[in-house]
Ligand binder design. Structure first.
Ligand SMILES: CC(C)(COP(=O)(O)OP(=O)(O)OC[C@H]1O[C@@H](n2cnc3c(N)ncnc32)[C@H](O)[C@@H]1OP(=O)(O)O)[C@@H](O)C(=O)NCCC(=O)NCCS
Length: 165
């Protein structure tokens, strides 16, 4: 079983995650999101091939994860999170970039997501990889009544051709 939490260790790597990693994924998710996905939701998505899940691990610890859907030639980022002690070290961008590289290889042209308007870290992360705001869903989040921003990226294969791993 994979643990979660901060690490100073070298050797972080981007890896696909599967059913055996869900305990660690759900632990991070619960610690970070007001309406976390359950283990059963993740397991269902993986079992039916509708959800892709990858993460960054180091020394057997899960530092970050990202989940996304693919629908024909489009994808939607469901969630991305970096454990609190490992933020602002480039892991979020590295992981999302890796997802976008994987999407290019699968022939995906457009990537969509939604994000809380106040989540500056996430909005900036997405913008730094080329996502642009396409709209706004008013009072979208039931816990705070906050608006969601919708963002999209037209994937340019040349921009994500280099394998950074
Ligand atoms: C959003 C999140 C994934 C970013 O991960 P991270 O590993 O800390 O981000 P990185 O170090 O890769 O930073 C990449 C860019 O994101 C932006 N960013 C990250 N943290 C930021 C912060 N606290 N404030 C402002 N911008 C920030 C910056 O543009 C940064 O580029 P720079 O360092 O060159 O300025 C992380 O803050 C997180 O897990 N937040 C909680 C979960 C969450 O809100 N997920 C998004 C759901 S939509």
């Amino acid at each position: 079983m994979m643990a979660t939490g901060p690490t100073g260790a070298e050797g972080e790597k981007v890896v696909p995650l599967g059913p055996g990693d869900l305990e660690a994924v759900v632990a991070l998710e619960r610690a970070m999101f007001p309406a976390p996905w359950t283990r059963e939701q993740y397991a269902y998505g993986l079992a039916h091939g509708v959800l892709a899940l990858c993460g960054i691990t180091s020394g057997g610890r899960l530092l970050a994860y990202c989940s996304w859907y693919r629908v024909v030639d489009e994808a939607e980022i469901v969630n991305i999170a970096v454990s609190p002690g490992n933020r602002r070290c480039g892991l979020g961008r590295r992981l999302l970039r890796s997802v976008l590289q994987s999407a290019v290889k699968k022939g995906i042209n457009q990537v969509f997501l939604e994000v809380r308007e106040s989540n500056l870290a996430a909005v900036n992360l997405y913008a730094s990889l080329g996502f642009r705001q396409t709209g706004r869903r008013r009072k979208y989040y039931p816990d705070t009544g906050e608006d969601a921003l919708t963002m999209a990226l037209a994937l340019d294969p040349r921009a994500f051709a280099t394998d950074i791993e």
